[in-house]
Design a binder for this molecule. Structure first.
Ligand SMILES: Cc1cc2nc3c(=O)[nH]c(=O)nc-3n(C[C@H](O)[C@H](O)[C@H](O)COP(=O)(O)OP(=O)(O)OC[C@H]3O[C@@H](n4cnc5c(N)ncnc54)[C@H](O)[C@@H]3O)c2cc1C
Length: 459
C-alpha cells in the first residue's frame, strides 16, 4: 500500500483564503512561482506568499500573520532579495506587491501617486505625456518602493540628489494592521525613518513622489573594446573630477557571453562602457563630452532622447536573472586605485565578473538635505558595484569571490560606508545610515516593537 505524504498544518494555514485565495503555502501549486524573486539566484522559502490587490488586503494579511505568530516581509520585485535567501524564513510571510500597482500623475503639482509595487518604467511612461520624468535608476523593472525607500541612485542624481528625497508622503500598513499616512506634517518621525528604513517599518501601499521637469535628456553611452580600458578608465576618472553637477555617469568594464539574444556589439565581447546623462543643452553637453569622444569610441549613442529612453541606456537585463554582487563606496579614485581596479578586471585578467561598475557620486548626491529622511545623501566620490552571473551555486561562489576580491583590492580607498540599494548579502547595514543609525533603530522600535517586519536589510 502506498501512502501520500501530507504536508503538516502550519501557522500559515490561518492565512488561507485571504487575498481572494492568492496566498500560497509550501506544497501549493503556485508556491514556487510566487516565492521566486527577480534575482533567480535567491532561494527564499517563506511560510507563505500573499499577493494582495488592495491596501485592505495588505492590512488583513498583516493582522492574520501577527495573530498566527508569523513575521511579514514586504517585497515588490525581489531585485533586492539577496539577503532573504541567506536566512530562515519559515516563520515569515512574504507580501508580494507585484499586483498592487498604479500611477496617477498630478502635472500641476509635478507629483505622482505611485501604488505599492509599481515599477519605474510605468511611472516614467505615465509622466512623459506631461513633459515630466522621475528619479528612476538604471533599470525600469525595479520597483519605486524598494529603490526610493532605500536611497536610490539615478542618472539625475548629481543634480537632484538621492531618490529618497523625492518622496513627499508614504501610505504604510504598520505592525498592528493599521493604514497610516506619513509626511512632513503627519507622523513626521515615521516619515523620516521610512525614507531609508523602508521595509523595516511596514508594508508601503502608496508613495507620493516629486517628478522632474524633463521631457527629453542628453544621454547615451560610449563603448570601447576592453583593451582600451587602461586609457579609458584613467581618462574618465580625470574627467569626472572636473565635470559639473549636471553630469552623472557610470563606467563599467564588462564581459558578455556569446548569446544569440544579445546584439552583435555585445555578444561574446569584453568592453569598457561609459554611460549616463548630461542635463544641459546639446551644445554644452557635446562640449562636456568632448574629452571622452576624443578617445574615439567604437560606438557613441549620446544624443538628445526622450526622457523615457533613459531607463534603457544602461542595458540592464530585460527580465529576471541569477546574479551575485558586492559593492563599496570609494572616497577617491587615484592612480593607485585605478591600477588596482585594472589588475582585477583590465586587459589580460580573467574574472567571472560580468561587470565592475564605477558610478560617479558627489554633487547633490553628497549633500545632506535638511528635511530629508534616514538616507538623504551619500558620502563618497564613486560607488563600486561588482556583479557576476550565478546560474548555479558553484558559479555563484566563484562570482561572489571575484566581487569580494575586487572590493578588497580597492579597500584602501573605501569610505567604509554602504549604499543600501547596492548591498546584496545579509551584512551589517549600519554604515549605510551613518550617524542616523541609532535614531532609525529607535524609530523602528517605536513603530514595530515586536519586530514583525523583515526587510532585506534589517534595522
Ligand atoms: C538590474 C538592477 C539594476 C539596478 N539599478 C539600480 C540603480 O540604478 N540605482 C540604485 O540605487 N539601485 C539599483 N538597483 C538596486 C535596487 O534599487 C534595489 O535592489 C532595490 O531594493 C530594489 O527594489 P525592489 O522593490 O524592486 O526590490 P525588492 O527586492 O522587492 O525590495 C527590496 C526591499 O525593499 C523593501 N520594499 C520593497 N517594496 C516594498 C514595499 N512596498 N513596502 C515596504 N518595503 C518594500 C523591502 O525591505 C525589500 O526587502 C538595481 C538592481 C538591479 C538588480
Amino acid at each position: 500500500m502506498t501512502t501520500t505524504p501530507t504536508v503538516p498544518a502550519t501557522p500559515a494555514e490561518a492565512l488561507r483564503g485571504l487575498c481572494a485565495g492568492r496566498v500560497h503555502l509550501p506544497g501549493d501549486p503556485g508556491y514556487d512561482a510566487a516565492r521566486t524573486p527577480w534575482n533567480l539566484a535567491v532561494d527564499q522559502r517563506p511560510a507563505a506568499v500573499a499577493i494582495p490587490h488592495s491596501a485592505e488586503e495588505v492590512a488583513e494579511v498583516v493582522r492574520a500573520a501577527v495573530a498566527a505568530g508569523l513575521r511579514v516581509a514586504p517585497q515588490s520585485t525581489g531585485h533586492g532579495a539577496g539577503p532573504l535567501g541567506e536566512v530562515a524564513l519559515d516563520d515569515v510571510v512574504i507580501v508580494r506587491l507585484s499586483e498592487l500597482t498604479g500611477v496617477t500623475v498630478d502635472p500641476g503639482a509635478r507629483t505622482a501617486r505611485v501604488v505599492g509595487g509599481t515599477l519605474w518604467h510605468d511611472v516614467v511612461a505615465a509622466a512623459a505625456p506631461h513633459g515630466l520624468t522621475a528619479m528612476h535608476g538604471s533599470a525600469g523593472d525595479v520597483a519605486v518602493a524598494g529603490y526610493a525607500l532605500s536611497g536610490g541612485l539615478s542618472f539625475y542624481g548629481r543634480t537632484h540628489g538621492v531618490a529618497a528625497n523625492s518622496i513627499r508622503s508614504v501610505e504604510v500598513v504598520t505592525a498592528d494592521g493599521s493604514l497610516v499616512r506619513a509626511s512632513a506634517s503627519e507622523q513626521p518621525e515615521l516619515f523620516w525613518a521610512l525614507r531609508g528604513g523602508g521595509g523595516n517599518l511596514g508594508v508601503v501601499v502608496a508613495l507620493e513622489i516629486d517628478l522632474l521637469p524633463y521631457a527629453d535628456v542628453y544621454a547615451g553611452m560610449l563603448l570601447w573594446p576592453r583593451d582600451r580600458a587602461p586609457e579609458v578608465v584613467r581618462a574618465w576618472a580625470a574627467w569626472t573630477d572636473g565635470v559639473p553637477e549636471s553630469v552623472t555617469t557610470s563606467l563599467r568594464v564588462m564581459s558578455f557571453p556569446p548569446l544569440p539574444e544579445l546584439p552583435p556589439f555585445l555578444s561574446g565581447r569584453q568592453l569598457v562602457v561609459v554611460d549616463g546623462a548630461v542635463l544641459e543643452g546639446d551644445e554644452r553637453a557635446a562640449e562636456l563630452l568632448a574629452p571622452l569622444r576624443a578617445l574615439e569610441p567604437e560606438m557613441d549613442t549620446f544624443a538628445r532622447i526622450p526622457a523615457t529612453g533613459l531607463v534603457a541606456v544602461h542595458m540592464d537585463p530585460p527580465g529576471p536573472v541569477p546574479a551575485v554582487s558586492d559593492h563599496a563606496v570609494l572616497a577617491s579614485l587615484p592612480e593607485e586605485a585605478i591600477s588596482a581596479y585594472l589588475a582585477e578586471i583590465g586587459p589580460g585578467t580573467t574574472t567571472s565578473l560580468m561587470f565592475a561598475e564605477l558610478r560617479h557620486l558627489g554633487g547633490a548626491l553628497g549633500r545632506p538635505v535638511p528635511d530629508g529622511g534616514a538616507i538623504s545623501h551619500v558620502d563618497g566620490a564613486y560607488a563600486l558595484y561588482c556583479v557576476a552571473p550565478a546560474p548555479s551555486p558553484e558559479v555563484a561562489a566563484l562570482g561572489r569571490a571575484d566581487a569580494v576580491a575586487m572590493c578588497a583590492a580597492l579597500e584602501p580607498w573605501t569610505t567604509g560606508g554602504r549604499l543600501v540599494t547596492f548591498t546584496d548579502g545579509a551584512v551589517d547595514i549600519s554604515t549605510g545610515f551613518g550617524e542616523n543609525w541609532d535614531r532609525l533603530r529607535r524609530a523602528r522600535a517605536d513603530v514595530d516593537p515586536t519586530r514583525v517586519f523583515v526587510a532585506n536589510h534589517g534595522v
